[in-house]
Write a protein that binds this ligand. Structure first.
Ligand SMILES: [Zn+2]
Length: 483
Protein backbone atom coordinates (compact mmCIF):
# COMPACT_ATOMS: atom_id res chain seq x y z
CA UNK A 1 0.00 0.00 0.00
CA UNK A 2 1.28 3.48 -0.91
CA UNK A 3 2.20 5.72 2.05
CA UNK A 4 -0.37 8.35 1.09
CA UNK A 5 -3.15 5.75 1.11
CA UNK A 6 -1.91 4.38 4.37
CA UNK A 7 -2.11 7.84 5.83
CA UNK A 8 -5.70 8.23 4.72
CA UNK A 9 -6.56 4.84 6.23
CA UNK A 10 -5.18 5.91 9.56
CA UNK A 11 -7.23 9.06 9.50
CA UNK A 12 -10.34 7.09 8.59
CA UNK A 13 -9.95 4.52 11.31
CA UNK A 14 -9.52 7.36 13.76
CA UNK A 15 -12.81 8.83 12.57
CA UNK A 16 -14.45 5.44 12.76
CA UNK A 17 -13.48 5.27 16.38
CA UNK A 18 -14.99 8.65 17.01
CA UNK A 19 -18.32 7.95 15.35
CA UNK A 20 -18.66 4.68 17.21
CA UNK A 21 -18.44 6.55 20.47
CA UNK A 22 -20.68 9.43 19.47
CA UNK A 23 -24.43 8.75 19.35
CA UNK A 24 -25.50 7.99 15.78
CA UNK A 25 -27.38 10.81 14.11
CA UNK A 26 -30.48 9.82 12.18
CA UNK A 27 -29.97 10.00 8.45
CA UNK A 28 -31.08 13.40 7.26
CA UNK A 29 -30.71 12.40 3.66
CA UNK A 30 -28.44 15.37 3.18
CA UNK A 31 -25.45 14.33 1.08
CA UNK A 32 -22.88 16.07 3.30
CA UNK A 33 -24.04 14.41 6.50
CA UNK A 34 -24.09 11.12 4.70
CA UNK A 35 -20.60 11.66 3.37
CA UNK A 36 -19.14 12.40 6.80
CA UNK A 37 -20.59 9.36 8.50
CA UNK A 38 -20.03 7.20 5.43
CA UNK A 39 -16.32 7.79 5.14
CA UNK A 40 -15.87 6.41 8.61
CA UNK A 41 -17.10 2.94 7.58
CA UNK A 42 -15.08 2.59 4.42
CA UNK A 43 -13.17 -0.44 5.53
CA UNK A 44 -16.20 -2.58 6.20
CA UNK A 45 -17.97 -2.95 2.89
CA UNK A 46 -19.92 -6.19 2.99
CA UNK A 47 -18.12 -9.03 1.16
CA UNK A 48 -21.33 -9.63 -0.80
CA UNK A 49 -20.82 -6.20 -2.39
CA UNK A 50 -17.17 -6.71 -3.37
CA UNK A 51 -16.71 -7.98 -6.92
CA UNK A 52 -13.64 -9.98 -5.83
CA UNK A 53 -15.92 -11.96 -3.51
CA UNK A 54 -18.97 -12.44 -5.73
CA UNK A 55 -19.48 -16.02 -6.74
CA UNK A 56 -19.60 -15.67 -10.50
CA UNK A 57 -17.58 -18.52 -11.99
CA UNK A 58 -17.15 -17.51 -15.62
CA UNK A 59 -14.45 -19.89 -16.72
CA UNK A 60 -16.40 -21.40 -19.59
CA UNK A 61 -14.49 -20.10 -22.55
CA UNK A 62 -16.39 -21.86 -25.26
CA UNK A 63 -19.99 -22.70 -24.51
CA UNK A 64 -20.32 -24.70 -27.73
CA UNK A 65 -17.63 -27.17 -26.61
CA UNK A 66 -19.18 -28.00 -23.27
CA UNK A 67 -19.87 -31.73 -23.19
CA UNK A 68 -22.82 -31.34 -20.83
CA UNK A 69 -24.52 -29.34 -23.54
CA UNK A 70 -23.53 -31.62 -26.40
CA UNK A 71 -26.27 -31.61 -28.96
CA UNK A 72 -27.98 -28.56 -27.52
CA UNK A 73 -28.25 -25.47 -29.66
CA UNK A 74 -26.98 -22.35 -28.01
CA UNK A 75 -28.02 -18.74 -28.45
CA UNK A 76 -26.94 -15.24 -27.43
CA UNK A 77 -28.67 -15.17 -24.05
CA UNK A 78 -27.21 -18.54 -23.06
CA UNK A 79 -23.66 -17.54 -23.98
CA UNK A 80 -23.94 -14.17 -22.25
CA UNK A 81 -25.42 -15.72 -19.12
CA UNK A 82 -22.67 -18.33 -18.89
CA UNK A 83 -19.90 -15.85 -19.65
CA UNK A 84 -21.15 -13.49 -16.95
CA UNK A 85 -21.40 -16.27 -14.36
CA UNK A 86 -25.18 -16.12 -14.12
CA UNK A 87 -25.87 -19.76 -14.94
CA UNK A 88 -23.83 -22.94 -15.16
CA UNK A 89 -24.91 -26.08 -17.02
CA UNK A 90 -25.44 -29.28 -15.03
CA UNK A 91 -27.16 -31.76 -17.35
CA UNK A 92 -29.17 -31.27 -20.55
CA UNK A 93 -31.86 -28.65 -20.04
CA UNK A 94 -30.87 -28.03 -16.39
CA UNK A 95 -28.77 -25.23 -14.96
CA UNK A 96 -27.36 -23.94 -11.72
CA UNK A 97 -28.74 -20.46 -11.14
CA UNK A 98 -25.82 -18.55 -9.64
CA UNK A 99 -26.12 -15.71 -7.09
CA UNK A 100 -26.38 -12.76 -9.51
CA UNK A 101 -29.03 -14.63 -11.47
CA UNK A 102 -31.01 -15.39 -8.32
CA UNK A 103 -30.95 -11.69 -7.38
CA UNK A 104 -32.40 -10.84 -10.75
CA UNK A 105 -34.99 -13.58 -10.55
CA UNK A 106 -36.09 -12.55 -7.07
CA UNK A 107 -36.61 -9.02 -8.36
CA UNK A 108 -38.68 -10.31 -11.26
CA UNK A 109 -40.72 -12.38 -8.81
CA UNK A 110 -41.39 -9.23 -6.75
CA UNK A 111 -42.63 -7.38 -9.85
CA UNK A 112 -44.87 -10.33 -10.73
CA UNK A 113 -46.17 -10.52 -7.15
CA UNK A 114 -47.01 -6.81 -7.22
CA UNK A 115 -48.95 -7.12 -10.47
CA UNK A 116 -50.80 -10.27 -9.39
CA UNK A 117 -51.63 -8.72 -6.02
CA UNK A 118 -53.00 -5.69 -7.89
CA UNK A 119 -55.69 -7.85 -9.57
CA UNK A 120 -56.51 -9.80 -6.41
CA UNK A 121 -54.14 -12.76 -6.84
CA UNK A 122 -53.25 -14.79 -3.75
CA UNK A 123 -49.99 -16.70 -3.68
CA UNK A 124 -49.76 -20.31 -2.58
CA UNK A 125 -47.37 -23.18 -3.17
CA UNK A 126 -48.41 -26.62 -4.40
CA UNK A 127 -46.42 -29.87 -4.39
CA UNK A 128 -44.21 -30.56 -7.41
CA UNK A 129 -44.68 -34.26 -6.81
CA UNK A 130 -48.14 -34.89 -8.27
CA UNK A 131 -50.15 -38.08 -7.90
CA UNK A 132 -50.97 -39.88 -11.15
CA UNK A 133 -54.54 -40.41 -9.91
CA UNK A 134 -55.36 -36.74 -10.47
CA UNK A 135 -53.84 -36.78 -13.93
CA UNK A 136 -55.71 -39.95 -14.81
CA UNK A 137 -58.96 -38.37 -13.67
CA UNK A 138 -58.45 -35.51 -16.13
CA UNK A 139 -57.20 -38.01 -18.76
CA UNK A 140 -54.00 -36.04 -19.18
CA UNK A 141 -51.85 -38.85 -17.78
CA UNK A 142 -51.93 -40.47 -21.25
CA UNK A 143 -52.43 -37.29 -23.25
CA UNK A 144 -49.18 -35.70 -22.06
CA UNK A 145 -47.10 -38.57 -23.44
CA UNK A 146 -43.36 -38.40 -23.00
CA UNK A 147 -43.28 -34.73 -21.94
CA UNK A 148 -44.34 -35.70 -18.43
CA UNK A 149 -41.55 -36.69 -16.04
CA UNK A 150 -42.95 -39.83 -14.40
CA UNK A 151 -41.73 -41.69 -11.36
CA UNK A 152 -42.85 -44.32 -8.88
CA UNK A 153 -42.67 -44.16 -5.12
CA UNK A 154 -41.51 -47.09 -2.94
CA UNK A 155 -45.02 -48.51 -2.87
CA UNK A 156 -45.17 -48.60 -6.63
CA UNK A 157 -47.60 -45.65 -6.90
CA UNK A 158 -47.23 -43.46 -9.98
CA UNK A 159 -46.33 -39.79 -9.74
CA UNK A 160 -45.23 -37.05 -12.07
CA UNK A 161 -43.20 -33.89 -11.57
CA UNK A 162 -45.73 -31.17 -12.23
CA UNK A 163 -45.45 -29.19 -15.46
CA UNK A 164 -48.72 -27.39 -14.64
CA UNK A 165 -51.29 -27.62 -11.83
CA UNK A 166 -54.87 -27.46 -13.12
CA UNK A 167 -55.70 -30.82 -11.52
CA UNK A 168 -54.05 -30.01 -8.20
CA UNK A 169 -55.55 -26.55 -7.72
CA UNK A 170 -59.03 -27.60 -8.83
CA UNK A 171 -58.98 -30.50 -6.35
CA UNK A 172 -57.87 -28.11 -3.64
CA UNK A 173 -60.76 -25.73 -4.32
CA UNK A 174 -63.18 -28.65 -4.59
CA UNK A 175 -62.20 -29.69 -1.07
CA UNK A 176 -63.52 -26.42 0.30
CA UNK A 177 -67.07 -27.46 1.11
CA UNK A 178 -68.50 -24.06 1.94
CA UNK A 179 -67.12 -21.85 -0.86
CA UNK A 180 -69.56 -19.00 -1.39
CA UNK A 181 -70.18 -16.84 -4.47
CA UNK A 182 -69.14 -13.94 -2.22
CA UNK A 183 -65.59 -15.27 -2.22
CA UNK A 184 -65.30 -15.25 -6.01
CA UNK A 185 -63.47 -14.44 -8.16
CA UNK A 186 -60.76 -16.48 -6.51
CA UNK A 187 -57.31 -16.09 -8.08
CA UNK A 188 -54.65 -18.48 -6.80
CA UNK A 189 -51.12 -18.53 -8.11
CA UNK A 190 -47.70 -19.94 -7.39
CA UNK A 191 -44.16 -19.35 -8.64
CA UNK A 192 -42.42 -22.72 -8.58
CA UNK A 193 -40.16 -25.05 -10.48
CA UNK A 194 -41.83 -26.88 -13.33
CA UNK A 195 -40.64 -29.94 -15.20
CA UNK A 196 -41.00 -30.95 -18.82
CA UNK A 197 -39.13 -33.75 -20.52
CA UNK A 198 -38.16 -31.82 -23.65
CA UNK A 199 -36.90 -34.06 -26.43
CA UNK A 200 -34.25 -31.49 -27.35
CA UNK A 201 -33.50 -28.93 -24.69
CA UNK A 202 -31.86 -25.91 -26.30
CA UNK A 203 -31.21 -22.18 -26.11
CA UNK A 204 -30.28 -22.23 -22.42
CA UNK A 205 -33.13 -21.10 -20.23
CA UNK A 206 -35.44 -20.61 -23.20
CA UNK A 207 -36.17 -24.30 -23.56
CA UNK A 208 -35.06 -26.28 -20.53
CA UNK A 209 -36.39 -29.31 -18.75
CA UNK A 210 -36.57 -27.68 -15.32
CA UNK A 211 -37.62 -24.05 -15.06
CA UNK A 212 -39.59 -21.52 -13.00
CA UNK A 213 -43.10 -20.57 -13.92
CA UNK A 214 -45.82 -18.45 -12.46
CA UNK A 215 -49.10 -20.27 -12.89
CA UNK A 216 -52.36 -18.71 -11.82
CA UNK A 217 -55.84 -20.25 -11.75
CA UNK A 218 -59.10 -18.32 -11.52
CA UNK A 219 -62.52 -19.41 -10.27
CA UNK A 220 -65.56 -17.34 -11.18
CA UNK A 221 -69.33 -17.42 -10.75
CA UNK A 222 -70.23 -17.17 -14.45
CA UNK A 223 -68.80 -17.19 -17.94
CA UNK A 224 -69.17 -13.41 -18.09
CA UNK A 225 -67.30 -12.96 -14.80
CA UNK A 226 -64.62 -15.40 -15.97
CA UNK A 227 -64.10 -13.37 -19.14
CA UNK A 228 -63.76 -10.24 -17.05
CA UNK A 229 -61.09 -11.92 -14.90
CA UNK A 230 -59.39 -13.20 -18.04
CA UNK A 231 -59.13 -9.66 -19.43
CA UNK A 232 -57.81 -8.26 -16.17
CA UNK A 233 -55.03 -10.87 -16.09
CA UNK A 234 -54.09 -10.06 -19.70
CA UNK A 235 -53.92 -6.37 -18.79
CA UNK A 236 -51.73 -7.17 -15.77
CA UNK A 237 -49.37 -9.08 -18.07
CA UNK A 238 -49.11 -6.14 -20.45
CA UNK A 239 -48.44 -3.78 -17.51
CA UNK A 240 -45.73 -6.12 -16.27
CA UNK A 241 -43.91 -6.12 -19.61
CA UNK A 242 -44.30 -2.35 -19.91
CA UNK A 243 -42.68 -1.91 -16.48
CA UNK A 244 -39.78 -4.06 -17.64
CA UNK A 245 -39.47 -1.99 -20.82
CA UNK A 246 -40.11 -5.04 -23.00
CA UNK A 247 -42.19 -4.84 -26.16
CA UNK A 248 -44.73 -7.62 -25.94
CA UNK A 249 -47.52 -8.61 -28.32
CA UNK A 250 -50.64 -10.42 -27.21
CA UNK A 251 -51.62 -12.89 -29.93
CA UNK A 252 -54.54 -15.23 -30.47
CA UNK A 253 -53.36 -18.75 -29.76
CA UNK A 254 -54.15 -22.39 -30.03
CA UNK A 255 -55.55 -23.97 -26.84
CA UNK A 256 -53.40 -27.13 -27.14
CA UNK A 257 -53.72 -29.86 -24.53
CA UNK A 258 -54.72 -27.51 -21.70
CA UNK A 259 -58.21 -27.27 -23.19
CA UNK A 260 -60.73 -24.45 -23.19
CA UNK A 261 -61.99 -22.12 -25.86
CA UNK A 262 -60.17 -18.81 -25.57
CA UNK A 263 -56.41 -18.39 -25.43
CA UNK A 264 -53.68 -15.82 -25.91
CA UNK A 265 -49.94 -15.95 -26.06
CA UNK A 266 -47.66 -13.16 -24.91
CA UNK A 267 -44.75 -12.96 -27.29
CA UNK A 268 -41.54 -10.94 -27.33
CA UNK A 269 -40.59 -10.41 -30.98
CA UNK A 270 -37.08 -11.86 -31.49
CA UNK A 271 -35.12 -13.52 -34.28
CA UNK A 272 -34.36 -16.54 -32.15
CA UNK A 273 -38.07 -17.06 -31.44
CA UNK A 274 -39.54 -20.46 -32.18
CA UNK A 275 -43.07 -19.17 -32.72
CA UNK A 276 -44.18 -17.63 -35.99
CA UNK A 277 -46.50 -14.69 -35.59
CA UNK A 278 -48.63 -12.76 -38.01
CA UNK A 279 -48.97 -9.12 -37.03
CA UNK A 280 -51.25 -6.66 -38.84
CA UNK A 281 -49.53 -3.53 -40.13
CA UNK A 282 -52.69 -1.43 -39.66
CA UNK A 283 -54.44 -2.50 -36.47
CA UNK A 284 -53.75 -4.32 -33.20
CA UNK A 285 -54.47 -7.78 -34.65
CA UNK A 286 -51.81 -10.44 -34.17
CA UNK A 287 -51.96 -14.21 -34.14
CA UNK A 288 -49.82 -17.30 -33.96
CA UNK A 289 -49.48 -18.82 -37.44
CA UNK A 290 -50.85 -22.09 -36.04
CA UNK A 291 -54.26 -20.53 -35.53
CA UNK A 292 -54.69 -19.13 -39.06
CA UNK A 293 -54.98 -20.77 -42.44
CA UNK A 294 -51.54 -20.55 -43.98
CA UNK A 295 -52.46 -18.78 -47.21
CA UNK A 296 -53.94 -15.87 -45.35
CA UNK A 297 -52.23 -12.52 -46.01
CA UNK A 298 -54.96 -10.00 -45.17
CA UNK A 299 -56.11 -9.15 -41.70
CA UNK A 300 -59.39 -10.71 -40.46
CA UNK A 301 -59.96 -7.87 -38.01
CA UNK A 302 -59.64 -4.65 -40.03
CA UNK A 303 -60.02 -6.39 -43.44
CA UNK A 304 -57.54 -4.17 -45.30
CA UNK A 305 -54.27 -4.42 -43.33
CA UNK A 306 -51.59 -6.84 -44.53
CA UNK A 307 -50.29 -9.49 -42.14
CA UNK A 308 -46.55 -9.41 -41.63
CA UNK A 309 -44.73 -12.47 -40.34
CA UNK A 310 -42.30 -12.18 -37.43
CA UNK A 311 -40.74 -14.57 -34.91
CA UNK A 312 -41.42 -14.45 -31.23
CA UNK A 313 -40.45 -15.96 -27.87
CA UNK A 314 -43.51 -17.01 -25.93
CA UNK A 315 -43.24 -15.66 -22.38
CA UNK A 316 -46.84 -15.98 -21.25
CA UNK A 317 -49.98 -17.92 -22.08
CA UNK A 318 -53.55 -17.47 -20.92
CA UNK A 319 -56.50 -19.86 -21.26
CA UNK A 320 -60.18 -19.55 -20.54
CA UNK A 321 -61.03 -23.07 -19.37
CA UNK A 322 -64.75 -22.87 -18.71
CA UNK A 323 -65.90 -25.87 -16.66
CA UNK A 324 -63.49 -28.41 -18.12
CA UNK A 325 -61.60 -29.10 -14.88
CA UNK A 326 -64.10 -27.78 -12.34
CA UNK A 327 -66.72 -30.18 -13.70
CA UNK A 328 -64.38 -33.21 -13.49
CA UNK A 329 -63.11 -32.40 -10.00
CA UNK A 330 -66.42 -30.95 -8.75
CA UNK A 331 -65.08 -27.53 -7.82
CA UNK A 332 -68.29 -25.73 -6.94
CA UNK A 333 -69.53 -22.85 -4.85
CA UNK A 334 -72.93 -21.98 -3.42
CA UNK A 335 -74.71 -19.32 -5.46
CA UNK A 336 -77.09 -16.57 -4.32
CA UNK A 337 -79.90 -19.13 -3.99
CA UNK A 338 -77.53 -21.27 -1.92
CA UNK A 339 -77.39 -23.91 -4.67
CA UNK A 340 -74.12 -25.68 -5.53
CA UNK A 341 -72.80 -24.37 -8.87
CA UNK A 342 -69.72 -25.46 -10.83
CA UNK A 343 -67.12 -22.68 -11.08
CA UNK A 344 -65.84 -21.15 -14.31
CA UNK A 345 -62.08 -21.32 -14.61
CA UNK A 346 -59.12 -19.76 -16.34
CA UNK A 347 -55.40 -20.46 -16.14
CA UNK A 348 -52.52 -18.12 -16.79
CA UNK A 349 -48.83 -18.91 -17.14
CA UNK A 350 -45.72 -16.74 -17.17
CA UNK A 351 -42.30 -18.23 -17.81
CA UNK A 352 -40.19 -16.64 -15.08
CA UNK A 353 -36.76 -17.95 -16.09
CA UNK A 354 -37.78 -17.65 -19.71
CA UNK A 355 -38.61 -13.95 -19.29
CA UNK A 356 -35.10 -13.38 -17.91
CA UNK A 357 -33.45 -15.16 -20.84
CA UNK A 358 -35.79 -13.60 -23.41
CA UNK A 359 -35.18 -10.10 -22.03
CA UNK A 360 -31.43 -10.66 -22.38
CA UNK A 361 -31.98 -12.05 -25.86
CA UNK A 362 -33.86 -9.00 -27.11
CA UNK A 363 -32.07 -6.22 -25.21
CA UNK A 364 -28.40 -7.23 -25.22
CA UNK A 365 -25.52 -7.09 -27.69
CA UNK A 366 -23.02 -9.93 -28.23
CA UNK A 367 -20.56 -8.04 -25.98
CA UNK A 368 -22.62 -7.73 -22.88
CA UNK A 369 -25.93 -8.04 -21.09
CA UNK A 370 -28.44 -5.24 -21.00
CA UNK A 371 -31.15 -5.90 -18.41
CA UNK A 372 -34.52 -4.36 -17.91
CA UNK A 373 -33.21 -1.81 -15.36
CA UNK A 374 -35.70 -2.80 -12.67
CA UNK A 375 -34.41 -6.37 -12.46
CA UNK A 376 -30.66 -5.96 -13.07
CA UNK A 377 -28.75 -8.00 -10.44
CA UNK A 378 -27.10 -4.79 -9.17
CA UNK A 379 -27.83 -1.21 -10.10
CA UNK A 380 -24.37 0.36 -9.76
CA UNK A 381 -20.74 -0.75 -10.02
CA UNK A 382 -18.04 1.55 -8.63
CA UNK A 383 -14.57 1.17 -10.16
CA UNK A 384 -11.54 2.37 -8.20
CA UNK A 385 -8.25 2.93 -10.07
CA UNK A 386 -5.63 0.24 -10.63
CA UNK A 387 -3.29 -0.47 -7.73
CA UNK A 388 0.10 1.17 -8.24
CA UNK A 389 -1.23 3.69 -10.73
CA UNK A 390 -0.56 7.41 -10.24
CA UNK A 391 -4.07 7.98 -8.92
CA UNK A 392 -4.45 4.96 -6.70
CA UNK A 393 -5.15 7.05 -3.62
CA UNK A 394 -8.59 7.57 -5.19
CA UNK A 395 -9.39 4.01 -3.99
CA UNK A 396 -10.57 5.43 -0.70
CA UNK A 397 -12.85 7.87 -2.48
CA UNK A 398 -14.42 4.96 -4.35
CA UNK A 399 -15.11 3.08 -1.12
CA UNK A 400 -16.47 6.25 0.39
CA UNK A 401 -18.80 6.69 -2.56
CA UNK A 402 -20.23 3.19 -2.08
CA UNK A 403 -21.06 4.07 1.52
CA UNK A 404 -22.41 7.50 0.73
CA UNK A 405 -24.80 6.09 -1.85
CA UNK A 406 -25.95 3.42 0.61
CA UNK A 407 -26.62 5.97 3.33
CA UNK A 408 -28.13 8.75 1.24
CA UNK A 409 -30.25 6.44 -0.92
CA UNK A 410 -31.51 3.62 1.32
CA UNK A 411 -33.16 1.66 -1.52
CA UNK A 412 -29.74 1.31 -3.18
CA UNK A 413 -28.03 0.07 -0.03
CA UNK A 414 -27.48 -3.44 -1.36
CA UNK A 415 -27.40 -2.46 -5.01
CA UNK A 416 -23.95 -0.90 -5.29
CA UNK A 417 -20.91 -3.13 -5.75
CA UNK A 418 -17.28 -2.13 -5.59
CA UNK A 419 -15.00 -3.74 -8.15
CA UNK A 420 -12.07 -4.06 -5.78
CA UNK A 421 -9.99 -6.19 -8.16
CA UNK A 422 -7.51 -3.32 -8.31
CA UNK A 423 -4.77 -5.55 -9.70
CA UNK A 424 -6.71 -5.30 -12.98
CA UNK A 425 -6.80 -2.28 -15.27
CA UNK A 426 -9.88 -0.10 -15.39
CA UNK A 427 -10.36 -1.20 -19.00
CA UNK A 428 -10.49 -4.90 -18.16
CA UNK A 429 -12.89 -4.32 -15.30
CA UNK A 430 -15.08 -2.09 -17.49
CA UNK A 431 -15.30 -4.96 -19.94
CA UNK A 432 -16.43 -7.32 -17.19
CA UNK A 433 -18.91 -4.72 -16.00
CA UNK A 434 -20.49 -4.46 -19.42
CA UNK A 435 -20.59 -8.24 -19.64
CA UNK A 436 -22.73 -8.56 -16.51
CA UNK A 437 -24.67 -5.38 -17.22
CA UNK A 438 -24.89 -2.73 -14.50
CA UNK A 439 -27.28 0.08 -15.41
CA UNK A 440 -24.65 2.52 -14.00
CA UNK A 441 -20.88 2.26 -13.73
CA UNK A 442 -18.98 4.94 -11.80
CA UNK A 443 -15.24 5.23 -12.46
CA UNK A 444 -13.28 6.91 -9.67
CA UNK A 445 -10.02 8.13 -11.18
CA UNK A 446 -7.95 11.25 -11.79
CA UNK A 447 -10.96 13.58 -11.84
CA UNK A 448 -11.99 12.48 -8.35
CA UNK A 449 -8.74 13.82 -6.90
CA UNK A 450 -9.14 17.31 -8.27
CA UNK A 451 -10.16 20.26 -6.16
CA UNK A 452 -13.76 19.85 -7.19
CA UNK A 453 -13.96 16.05 -7.34
CA UNK A 454 -15.75 14.57 -10.32
CA UNK A 455 -16.87 11.03 -10.95
CA UNK A 456 -17.10 9.46 -14.37
CA UNK A 457 -20.60 8.01 -14.73
CA UNK A 458 -21.43 5.63 -17.57
CA UNK A 459 -25.11 5.04 -18.20
CA UNK A 460 -25.55 1.70 -19.92
CA UNK A 461 -28.93 2.45 -21.45
CA UNK A 462 -27.85 5.62 -23.26
CA UNK A 463 -24.16 4.75 -23.56
CA UNK A 464 -23.37 8.26 -22.32
CA UNK A 465 -20.42 9.13 -20.13
CA UNK A 466 -20.62 12.22 -17.92
CA UNK A 467 -18.39 13.70 -15.23
CA UNK A 468 -20.44 14.58 -12.18
CA UNK A 469 -19.86 15.96 -8.70
CA UNK A 470 -20.71 13.68 -5.79
CA UNK A 471 -23.99 15.56 -5.21
CA UNK A 472 -24.93 15.15 -8.87
CA UNK A 473 -24.12 11.43 -8.71
CA UNK A 474 -26.41 11.10 -5.70
CA UNK A 475 -29.14 13.05 -7.49
CA UNK A 476 -28.86 10.81 -10.53
CA UNK A 477 -28.80 7.54 -8.59
CA UNK A 478 -31.60 8.72 -6.31
CA UNK A 479 -33.87 8.46 -9.33
CA UNK A 480 -33.00 4.81 -10.00
CA UNK A 481 -36.06 2.62 -9.54
CA UNK A 482 -35.72 -0.63 -7.63
CA UNK A 483 -38.12 -3.33 -6.60
ZN1 LIG B 1 -55.63 -5.29 -39.16
Amino acid sequence: MEPSVHHIWKRLSHRLHRTLILPKRSNSGHPEHAAVSASSHSRCIKPSLLVSRLYQPSHLRDVGQDSRLAGEMTCKSQMLMQQAGLIHPSNPGCYYYLPAMVRSMEKLVRVIDQEMHEIGGQKLDMPSLCSADLWKTSERWDLMGKELFRLKDRHGADYCLGPTHEEAVTTLVAHQANLSYKQLPLLLYQITRKFRDEPKPKFGLLRGREFYMKDMYSFDVSEEAAHHTYRSVCQAYMRLFARLGLRCVQVNADTGNIGGTLSHEFQLPADIGEDRLLVCGDCSFSANVETLSLDRTDCPQCKNGKLIESKGIEVGHTFYLGKKYSHIFKASFSNQENKPTVAEMGCYGLGVTRILAAAIEVMSTEEGICWPGLIAPYQVCVLPPKKGSKVDNAVVLAEELVHTVGEAIPHLRNEVVLDDRTQMTIGKRLKDASRLGYPYVVVVGQAALEETPKFEVICQKTGETTFLSKEAVLDLLGGVETV
